[in-house]
Design a protein around this ligand. Structure first.
Ligand code: 2M8
Length: 459
């Protein structure tokens, strides 16, 4: 099958049309829901990936997607992980707007609806903003992109500053999270040890909604895992989201290597945007120092035993040793020695990850099949996520690993053309799981289709 985007009526063209249809059907008028049933709201890092895909359809619409999210930025710079859609069917998602807003308005939150959650997610937005602008060709699109970059730049700067102050008071270069939902890899075994120390106290009863939208409860977190998630939400609400108080008392506080690496890549993008729009030298210097700080912090997370980079549990004062795809995070932040880059690329393709002999497709599973926490159907505990494959592809390409990158792109496109735009795939059987028309899967498909090698333009 040819995936060349140029041939009309080709498999690639069908795939592009299918991807565009998913994004169109999930378009809520200026913003895009993550999926129809399971996720009827706007999610923060989904928005970044969605904008990257939309850019290939309409640069102005892609810009609007990101600007729309940033309209809900908190006064302390935080970009909320969910902006709740007031028109979504009542009780379609839990914990929804009513659950979060029952604490009363948090001091830094936007004062009027639509409500947001009080969490955040990995800061992919500056990377997305730069990619959107790079897709723009022709006078009209280029002037739209220029205006967009000028508008979004100060918001991105405030967002990154928030992460590097409130979420890193030690100046380690690493971002702390208060909840596994902030990692984006929610149910990953990355968090098992830290979550096991979270003691659930008395809290009001609640009704889960996610189980109504999937066929098999094994695909979603267990009851105890969910209790702990909701308990952490209670703790954040009780602290009225006071960052200093949370840093001192909240039972889950972990330095997240994936979010930290994405922040380094996002700061590199922000620096380029700053240069393009002629931002003050002092701001460019600040961003440059964040990049160095992040790379230094990440280099200290390397683990000789696994050959991966590990998260660090600040409460237990120890690294969280697991074999998950997040351990490849410094591929995203870059700045690796040639030896370390080589060893990470080899490990990614080895039997521990994408080269495992039982895999249906040679793509990195979210957790190594040889890790104790691996479960092939449970979300973030084993399945293959196209959006993570996209991040690795983008990073390998930037690191000059064109052959490894191209291999990921081709295999991932094959999987999606065979099985559709699923949220995630069972790694051994290839079965599509979770939401079956997930916006970010459609979006990365469009970006992959537009990226025929040689990779010159955006490397
Ligand atoms: C999943 O997370 C939400 C909570 O934020 C959920 O399970 O209800 C994760 O895959 C997350 O990374 C993603 O942003 C979100 C929407 O796609 O779904």
């Amino acid at each position: 099958m040819s995936l060349s985007a140029e041939k009309p009526g080709s498999a690639a063209e069908d795939l592009a049309l299918g991807a565009a249809a998913v994004l169109r059907d999930n378009d809520m008028g200026g913003w895009t829901r993550a999926s129809e049933d399971l996720y009827p709201h706007q999610w923060s890092w989904d928005t970044g990936f969605i904008a990257i895909g939309l850019a290939h359809l309409n640069v102005g619409r892609a810009a609007r997607e990101l600007l729309g999210l940033f309209e809900h930025q908190w006064s302390n710079g935080k970009v909320p992980h969910i902006v709740f859609n007031p028109a979504a069917p009542p009780h379609s998602y839990f914990p929804g707007a009513e659950h979060w807003s029952s604490a009363g308005a948090f001091p830094n939150a936007p004062p009027t609806p639509p409500y947001t959650s009080a969490l955040c997610q990995p800061p992919i937005h500056a990377v997305a903003a730069r990619l959107v602008a790079q897709v723009a060709t022709g006078d009209e699109d280029e002037s739209v992109a220029q205006k967009f970059l000028r508008e979004i730049y100060p918001k991105l700067l405030r967002w990154h500053r928030y992460l590097l102050t409130d979420r890193d008071p030690e100046g380690s270069g690493l971002v702390a999270i208060y909840h596994p939902w902030e990692s984006g890899t929610d149910n990953s075994p990355r968090w098992d040890a830290a979550m096991a120390n979270v003691e659930v106290g008395a809290m009001p009863s609640y009704e889960r909604r996610d189980l109504q939208h999937v066929e098999d409860p094994e695909e979603r977190p267990t009851g105890l895992e969910y209790d702990r998630y909701i308990w952490l939400v209670e703790s954040i609400k009780n602290a009225r989201c006071d960052e200093k108080l949370l840093y001192e008392t909240h039972p889950f506080l972990v330095k997240d290597v994936l979010a930290s690496a994405i922040l380094v890549a996002a700061n590199e993008a922000l620096l380029e945007i700053a240069t393009m729009i002629g931002a003050p030298a002092s701001e460019r210097g600040e961003v440059r120092s964040w990049i160095e700080q992040g790379q230094r912090g990440l280099s200290g997370c390397y683990d000789e035993v696994t050959g991966l980079y590990l998260d660090f549990d600040l409460r237990a004062n120890q690294p969280l040793r697991t074999r998950t795809v997040a351990g490849f995070a410094p591929l995203i932040s870059g700045g690796l020695s040639p030896e370390r880059l080589r060893s990470l690329v080899a490990l990614l393709g080895s039997e521990t990850f994408a080269g495992h002999p039982k895999l249906r497709k040679s793509l990195p599973p979210s957790t190594s099949p040889s890790a104790p926490g691996f479960r092939p159907r449970s979300y973030w505990r084993g399945p293959v996520w196209p959006v993570i494959t996209w991040l690795l592809w983008w990073s390998l390409r930037r690191s000059g690993e064109a052959a490894a990158a191209e291999n990921l792109r081709r295999v991932a496109l094959d999987q999606i053309s065979e099985e559709g735009f699923a949220e995630y795939f069972e790694p051994f059987t290839g079965e599509p799981l979770g939401s079956l028309r997930q916006s970010w899967t459609a979006a990365v498909t469009l970006d992959w289709l537009a990226a025929e090698p040689p990779y010159s333009k955006r490397a």
